[in-house]
Design a protein around this ligand. Structure first.
Ligand SMILES: Nc1ncnc2c1ncn2[C@@H]1O[C@H](COP(=O)(O)OP(=O)(O)OP(=O)(O)O)[C@@H](O)[C@H]1O
Ligand SMILES: [Mg+2]
Length: 281
């Protein structure tokens, strides 16, 4: 293939995916997710069993657009499994899981769900250690576009400004050319969150994001999450109660695959059942 044909092919691909001038925000925020009913995420009577063990048991919950929801609960309560179901990693046996009021997540695969604007952060940082901070963030843009499109990838000015915006949010401007492998554990976690933010997800699921962080890193992560809410909806699973206290609005307590209690932190902390199964230990 001659370079010219290559270029034409690239243009066709870009047009098919919204075109180079479509703009980053249009690509990710096309308004496909219908939140007019006041929910970005809706779970109803979800059940999952593993070899007869009910990991998720009639779980119902909803998250409002822009909300920062904290999920706490004892080990094995089903917190990670709940995220596995939302993201399509685990199939529910029964129940309903909706993104907005029209997208039935149970009908979609894990890659499709990621493309729709649901970003997920696993506990262990998975950045590319041999690449710089900048390259990791740029890669997050490319991989999101799919393998074929990434071959012809060219950053739009809107994507470049998003990259700068994300660098500032995750406070890694001074380390932009540093190899990711040389960052602290906390900085690697922020970089991975930054990689998710490059895709501008409407919903972010974060599983134990401050595990292994220093107190100072934990405080900065709290600030980061507080700055993200509103623009994104966040569901944060964490055992670190100081962190939960710093960010909490509504707290949901999961136990044995169901919601045991839900409300402001002070209310769930005073709940005798929550103290019994979790906080009192
Ligand atoms: N793929 C699987 N196969 C079998 N059992 C599983 C699987 N995934 C989860 N479980 C079980 O389901 C239960 C819920 O696990 P889950 O990881 O969701 O808990 P969690 O609330 O995230 O706990 P932790 O706070 O320790 O991370 C546990 O008993 C776990 O062993
Ligand atoms: Mg877990």
């Amino acid at each position: 293939m001659t370079p010219d044909l290559f270029e034409q092919g690239a243009q066709r691909l870009q047009t098919a995916s919204g075109g180079p001038d479509a703009g980053f925000s249009r690509l990710r925020r096309g308004g496909e997710v219908d939140t007019t009913h006041g929910r970005i995420l809706y779970l109803e009577d979800v059940n999952v069993s593993f070899d007869g063990f009910k990991a998720i048991n009639n779980l119902s919950m909803d998250i409002a657009p822009g909300e920062l929801r904290c999920i706490i609960g004892p080990n094995g309560a089903g917190k990670t499994t709940m995220m596995d179901i939302i993201t399509g990693k685990t199939k529910a046996d029964s129940g309903r899981v909706f993104f907005g009021s029209t997208i039935d997540l149970l009908q979609h695969s894990e890659p499709e769900i990621a493309q729709m604007g649901i970003g997920r952060k696993f506990q262990k940082p998975t950045v590319f250690e041999q690449l710089s901070v900048f390259e990791n963030l740029e890669l997050a843009l490319k991989t999101h576009k799919g393998v074929r499109a990434s071959l012809f990838f060219r950053r739009t000015s809107e994507q470049s400004s998003r990259l700068c915006e994300v660098l500032e949010l995750i406070q890694l401007e001074a380390s932009v050319n540093r190899l990711a492998g040389l960052l602290s554990h906390g900085q690697k976690q922020w970089l991975e969150i930054g990689m998710l933010l490059m895709q501008d997800p409407q919903l972010l699921l974060l599983d134990e994001p401050v595990a292994g962080m220093t107190d100072q890193e934990t405080e900065r992560t709290a600030e980061l999450f507080l700055s993200l809410k509103g623009r994104h909806s966040l569901v944060v699973v964490e055992h670190d109660m100081a962190f939960i206290k710093a960010i909490a609005e509504t707290v949901t307590v999961l136990c044995e695959g169901s919601v045991l209690a839900q409300g402001p932190l002070s209310q769930v902390q005073a709940d005798a059942r929550v103290i019994e199964v979790y906080l009192g230990r």
